[in-house]
Design a protein around this ligand. Sequence first.
Ligand SMILES: [Zn+2]
Ligand SMILES: [Zn+2]
Length: 329
Amino acid sequence: MEAVTAAQVLSEIGYLLRQQEKERFRAKAFAAASWSIALSRPDLDELARTESLTSIEGVGEGIARVLADLIRTGESRYLNRLREQMQQPVQEDETDLDFDDYMGDIHSHSNWSDGRATMLEMAEGAQAMGYSYLGVTDHSPRITVVHGLNAERLVAQSREIAEVQKQVDGVALLQGIEVDILEDGALDLPDAVLEILDVVIASPHVKLRQEPAAMTERMMRAVSNRHVDVIGHPTGRRPGSREGATYDFEAVFKQAAKNGIALEIDCDPARMDLSPEMARMARDLGCDFVVDADAHAPAEFAYVPMALWMARRAGIPKERIRNFRPSWD
Ligand SMILES: [Zn+2]
Ligand SMILES: [Zn+2]
């Protein structure tokens, strides 16, 4: 059994458990085990044969039993039971997405804003993942607590990107921004700045409880901005703790599809946004997607291999996920 496949099963279990109040603790344990497996890629067949699955960091007796069943049968009865309980049965049209074909992550943070690693460390992390490109997308100025980047700091950052690029082979570093969608739908940086960047991710971070009508207007304006490439974590939800914004999803997603703006499936286990159900709806409306880790440290790049099941569940074909393209135009 491929480690990445097992990581995805454990990640989905963690996700389903997280939606049950009393299972929070267990949900975290499954997510942690998934992350550990996606990072270290252990030889699961060998560990199962020698009954030493608990030697994997974060894998205790209970999770080891779930893993052993999965490795032996190729299917997880525990996950199947949970899916039934949560009324999320297997979908006929789940797609087959292979992480080996995933070419690059376009949403990441460095210590230029709230990331916990230098840009060089992040670039080396992407290189270790075998990526061909990495989007360096720190926050915009409005997020003052994390020292968001204004035009001046973006220029300084571009010099560092050029320096780091000389030291890291094989990964094209793309300078971008995760720009805040303000309450009225304007973006937190002027067009003249956005237009010179390689990647513009527009994300809602604050005032997510706006009235649905106002929120719809706000999001419609964002998906009508011609500098935007991606809408980051489109609802701002936190599964199990925060519901996220409510707006006319259909209208906004249609507009995004029409303007060629991709919707993100943010794989951070604390976000998992869009959900598989919402992503499926966006697929039917003609949207393209990006699947990103939103990594704030190199180890978090493993969020994508562990959470690729979300795009599979949503039935999104590879051609509609931009990270599967050989380069980011
Ligand atoms: Zn964000
Ligand atoms: Zn982010």
